[in-house]
Each structure stands twice: as C-alpha cells, then as structure tokens.
Design a protein. Structure first.
Length: 215
C-alpha cells in the first residue's frame, strides 16, 4: 500500500485546495427554516468544553417541535439549497456544505488516514484496548507497540456485552489512536491507524514536510 503512494501528489492536493467540504444533512424528517445565506462565515462550538453552540444553520420542525441545528465547525456556507426553505424534507437531505479551512494538524491527520491501515469500528459501540495492549501502550507509548494479524487488540462493549476484536490488517505499529476508552464510536469510524515499521520514516517525512510548509 505504501509503494504506490505519491507524496508529492498528496502535498500538492492540499497546497491547491486546503479545505474540507462538510455536507450538512437533516437528521430526521421535518420542515426547514434556513438561518444562514450563501457565502456566510460560520463558527463551530466554542468554550473550554465546547459548551457554546456553533452558528445556527437551520431549524428543523417536526410535529410542531422546532429543533435548532448548529454548525459543528468553522467555515463558509456553500451550495445552499435555498429552494428547500419552508419545505418538508426527508431524513438525510443535504441542505448546504461548509467549506472548512484546514489547519496544519488537520492536514496531517487527513494524510495519515489516507496512508495508514485503518482498523475500523464494526458497530456503533464503546471500545477499550485489550489489557495486554493497554499495558504495552502505557509502558512503551504509541509508535512503539507492534501488532500482528490475529492478535486480540480491542474490546467492543455493546448492550452490556463485551466482545474481543482481533486485528485483521498488516503487521505494524500502532501509529494513531482515534477513540477514547468508553466513549461511543460510530460504525465504520477508525479506531487505530497502523504503520508497517519499515515505512515509518516515510510517514515522518511527510509530517515534517507539512509542518514546515503550513503555518
């Protein structure tokens, strides 16, 4: 998976378009009342605990119950579906896109998720490292713990039942951890990112490149 990675191409992609495009979709059916306009700048949650909600994007009313929907990130409103104003829509209807300017940390994380082997959550559940893996992480730290196919690495906690998960990717080191123990993770979201040990210098090279180029 690494030999065919064109690092210059990846860097050029973010150099020419350093943005994420986040679609805003309705969580359930209801009538739409838009609260932003095309090209408007919006903000995500703020405060130490993100206790201040982001910019109000729209209100979704179902059975006379209005539900305000706030932005989860900062950026600019694009592709606004103005024709849906005051209309009843189904769940999953796209209303707009937020063009989010990427920070250095986010660019690095996006690149890593493209080049690491991602072990993903099979169900929406809470996850914990297996005791052996947790002990090794605490003793050695990330980027030092090797895992191999068939090894029990994570416990999935779902409906008061714990299920061991066995690693199914290529042998390597745990480079990135994307979950917090005991915090619910959506199905399909990455749990860990694994890097073959001999490819770690390549990953470090591109991280250093991004850190040097982006402020």
């Amino acid at each position: 998976m690494y030999d065919d990675i064109n690092f210059n191409e990846i860097i050029n992609k973010y150099r020419s378009d350093p943005y994420d495009y986040l679609d805003v979709v309705t969580p359930h059916t209801g009538r739409i009342s838009l609260k932003v306009s095309e090209g408007e700048t919006v903000e995500g949650p703020s405060g130490k605990w993100n206790h201040h909600p982001g910019t109000l994007l729209y209100v979704l009313t179902r059975e006379n119950n209005p539900k305000p929907m706030n932005s989860l990130t900062n950026g600019v409103v694009t592709c606004l579906r103005k024709e849906l104003e005051a209309h009843f829509v189904e769940a999953g209807e796209k209303l707009m896109t937020i063009k989010h300017p990427l920070k250095k940390r986010e660019i690095i994380e996006n690149i890593l998720q493209n080049v690491l082997y991602l072990f993903r959550a099979p169900e929406k559940a809470k996850y914990f490292f297996a005791l052996d893996i947790q002990a090794r992480l605490e003793k050695q730290g990330k980027k030092a713990v090797s895992i191999k196919p068939g090894e029990e690495i994570i416990t999935m906690s779902l409906m008061k039942r714990d299920t061991p998960l066995y690693y199914s990717g290529e042998e390597g080191i745990i480079h990135s951890v994307y979950f917090k123990p005991g915090v619910s993770v959506n199905q399909g979201d990455p749990l860990i990112g694994v890097c073959a040990r001999d490819k770690l210098p390549l990953i470090q090279k591109i991280i250093a490149h991004v850190k040097a180029e982006w402020v």
